[in-house]
Structures are given as structure tokens and as C-alpha cells.
Design a protein around this ligand. Structure first.
Ligand SMILES: NC(=O)C1=CN([C@@H]2O[C@H](COP(=O)(O)OP(=O)(O)OC[C@H]3O[C@@H](n4cnc5c(N)ncnc54)[C@H](O)[C@@H]3O)[C@@H](O)[C@H]2O)C=CC1
Ligand SMILES: O=C(CO)COP(=O)(O)O
Length: 357
């Protein structure tokens, strides 16, 4: 691979034509039969490749292979026949070249532990997850490296404004793939593209991952504002100050500012804050309507990663001296120390002298 594409550059067709064969014949596995894992398998299949989808429930294996549906997670969506579901993780992983993981972030470690002995030499792992591990504060690519022992040149992450059900409905969308290895990023981007999904690449793994994690927190804040009944000024103020806040954090952690202005940062922030399909927004809205953290947890049937990332992000920010007033306030609402209605006025750390925007 001689050329490299910055975050703002789509992979253009001439490039793809020349290297299309790089991914042909590769065995592709997606782990996780939830909202995003199933949608991602559809993306790959609609791009013309066969894909094995590893799920846990035998009845879901039957539904996907028989009716080509995953009714619980993707109602109304017909899945391509190129997706073959299995609950046999070991068999799926043995011989797999490219493995995408889409399970809740807190389950990632145990999931990789379960399959690492079956990894074939040269296999690559791609995280589709948008959370940090609570017990360690690690990003998912770090957890993958820790547990699998695979080197950074075989690890990638994919992120962007990717509300699963919209993509499953084949609404045009963009995604960004990041890896320290340009070859791997381009290979993965070639797999994650089809008539309705355009893929971009970059080398900023830290920024691409943190973009996905951090926008969840701001989406919770927007949900809280919505639940309280505040209008668009409040939400726009939180989104704008939120972007500044999460950018400062990500840059302090080693991300590039440019990434945070791209698909994985601003792009995903907009999608998640604006979509009623977002689980993080929904969890925030319930909080804003007066439900407690415990109530929200029990009402959420799908993964709202932001709820589990708040503490880790707060700790990392404190360690690095990055002010995160909005994240602090989300934590205060979650812990019952602040009324949701009081969240929005405190968009900045309370300074006596107003500071520059
Ligand atoms: N749903 C979406 O629109 C998007 C989600 N993501 C991220 O993808 C990740 C997964 O989210 P969703 O699929 O939406 O969640 P989900 O709640 O819809 O599904 C999670 C799936 O993981 C399975 N699972 C749980 N623990 C497991 C384990 N130990 N081993 C194997 N499977 C396990 C569950 O059975 C379920 O099928 C999250 O990190 C999320 O932030 C990223 C982009 C878009
Ligand atoms: O990451 C997502 C969209 O890019 C999905 O957001 P939610 O997890 O809040 O549904």
C-alpha cells in the first residue's frame, strides 16, 4: 500500500479497484448478535462478502439462518443470505482472518478470553465498541491487545455516526476505520463499504475510539435536557460546549484534534444527540423525566455504554487535569446529587470571571 489517506479523505474507487483482491477469500467473523453486530454483518454481506455472525442464543441462530431476521434487535429488516449465524465461537474463530467484535464494552475482556486460543496466526481484530473498561479505564483496542497478545498492526477500530437501525434500513452513511497499520485500515474499510456505506480511514486510533466513547456522555446530557423539557438552545449549547470539552479530553489523551472534528467526533456527536433511536439519548431522557439511575438501568433493554463510561472518563480527566464540567454534572445527576433541571445552566466550571469560549 503506497498511499495514505487522511481522516478527511474518502477511499476512492480507483484505489479500491487496485487492491480489491486483498480482502477476497478472507474469512470474516462478527461477534455479537445485538443491534450493531447484526447490522455490521449486513454491511459486510451487502458489500458482497460472506460473513459468519457469532451469537449466543441458539434460537437466534435459527431465526437468522432460517427466516433471515433478527426481530428483537432489527425489527422489519431482512438480512442477506450471505450472513450465516452460529453459536460456536471456537469454530468460527479458528481460521478467521478478520474478526469484528460488537459486544458491550464490559463483556469484551471475557469474550476475547473465551476465543483467544483459537486465533490463527496473522488474524486481525476490529473493535466496533464505544465504551471503556470500567475496571481499568482502558479503550477497547487496549483490551484487545492485552488479552489477545496481538500487535497494534493487527488491531483496528471502526466508528462514526452509525445508528444501527438507520444503516440496517440502508440509509446512506459514512464510517471511519482507524489502525496504526495503514494496510489494515484500508483492508477493513474495503470490507466495511457497500452501496449505502462509505468508508474513510485514519491512523488516529485514540481519537477515533475516544470520539465514540465521549459522544455517548454528551448524548446522555442532551437526553436529560430533552427529558426536562428544554428546547433547542439548551441542547445546542450543551452539544457545542460538549464538543469542546470532549475534544480537550481526547487531545490530552493523545488524540488528534482533527479526528474530533471528523466523523468519529463531531459526526457521531450529532447523530447520537439528535436520534431518538440512540440508547444513550434515551437513557438521558429517562433521567430528565425523573427516573433514577437504577430505574433507567432496569428499563434499558439494550446497551447504553455512556452510563458505564462516566466514572472512568471522570477519573482519567482528573488525573490529567482536564476540566469536564458537563461530564461532572452527568455524574452528579446519575448519583442523585443534582436535579436534572439544574444541569444546563452549569455549562462551564463556575468561574467568577467568564472565560474565553
Ligand atoms: N447500536 C448502535 O447503533 C451502535 C452500537 N455501537 C457499539 O457496539 C457495541 C455493542 O452494542 P449493540 O450491539 O448496540 O448492543 P446490544 O445491546 O444491541 O447487543 C449486545 C449484544 O452483545 C451480546 N453479548 C453480551 N455479552 C456478551 C458476551 N460476553 N459475549 C458475546 N456476546 C455478548 C448480547 O447478547 C447482545 O446480542 C457497544 O459498544 C455500542 O456502543 C457502535 C455503533 C453503533
Ligand atoms: O454509537 C452509536 C451511533 O453512532 C449508537 O448510539 P447509542 O449507543 O446511543 O444507541
Amino acid at each position: 500500500m503506497s498511499e495514505w489517506y487522511p481522516a478527511t479523505t474518502p477511499i476512492t474507487l480507483p484505489t479500491l479497484v487496485g487492491s480489491e483482491s486483498a480482502t477476497e477469500g478472507e474469512r470474516i467473523v462478527v461477534i455479537g448478535g445485538g443491534n450493531w453486530g447484526t447490522t455490521f454483518a449486513k454491511i459486510v454481506a451487502d458489500g458482497g462478502r460472506n460473513v459468519t455472525l457469532v451469537v449466543r442464543r441458539p434460537e437466534l441462530v435459527e431465526e437468522i439462518n432460517g427466516a433471515h431476521r433478527n426481530t428483537l434487535y432489527l425489527p422489519g429488516i431482512n438480512l442477506p443470505e450471505r450472513i450465516v449465524a452460529t453459536d460456536d465461537l471456537a469454530a468460527a474463530i479458528s481460521g478467521a482472518d478478520l474478526i469484528f467484535i460488537s459486544v458491550p464494552a464490559q463483556s469484551a475482556r471475557e469474550n476475547i478470553e473465551e476465543f483467544r486460543e483459537f486465533l490463527k496466526p496473522g488474524a486481525s481484530i476490529v473493535s466496533l465498541m464505544k465504551g471503556v473498561e470500567r475496571s481499568t479505564g482502558k479503550r477497547m483496542s487496549e483490551v484487545i491487545a492485552d488479552v489477545s497478545g496481538i500487535g497494534a498492526d493487527h488491531i483496528a477500530v471502526a466508528s462514526g455516526p452509525n445508528i444501527a437501525l438507520e444503516i440496517a434500513r440502508e440509509e446512506p452513511t459514512a464510517i471511519v476505520v482507524a489502525s496504526e497499520s495503514e494496510d489494515l485500515a484500508v483492508r477493513v474499510a474495503q470490507v466495511a463499504r457497500n452501496s449505502y456505506l462509505r468508508s474513510f480511514v485514519n491512523q488516529d486510533v485514540i481519537g477515533t475510539e475516544f470520539g465514540g466513547v465521549l459522544k455517548n456522555l454528551i448524548a446522555i446530557a442532551i437526553g436529560i435536557a430533552d427529558g426536562v423539557g428544554y428546547g433547542e438552545n439548551t441542547k445546542a449549547s450543551i452539544m457545542t460546549r460538549g464538543l469542546a470539552e470532549i475534544t480537550d479530553f481526547a487531545v490530552a489523551m493523545g488524540a488528534s484534534r482533527e479526528t474530533m472534528m471528523g466523523l468519529a467526533g463531531m459526526g457521531d456527536l450529532i447523530a447520537t444527540c439528535m436520534s431518538p433511536l440512540s440508547r444513550n439519548f434515551t437513557a438521558g431522557r429517562l433521567l430528565g423525566q425523573g427516573y433514577s439511575y437504577q430505574d433507567v438501568n432496569s428499563r434499558m433493554e439494550q446497551t447504553a455504554e455512556g452510563l458505564r463510561s462516566v466514572d472512568s472518563i471522570r477519573e482519567l480527566a482528573e488525573e490529567r487535569g482536564v476540566p469536564m464540567p458537563i461530564v461532572q454534572q452527568i455524574a452528579a445527576v446519575l448519583e442523585g446529587r443534582m436535579r436534572p433541571v439544574d444541569l444546563a445552566p452549569h455549562l462551564a466550571t463556575d468561574n467568577e470571571i467568564p472565560r474565553g469560549e
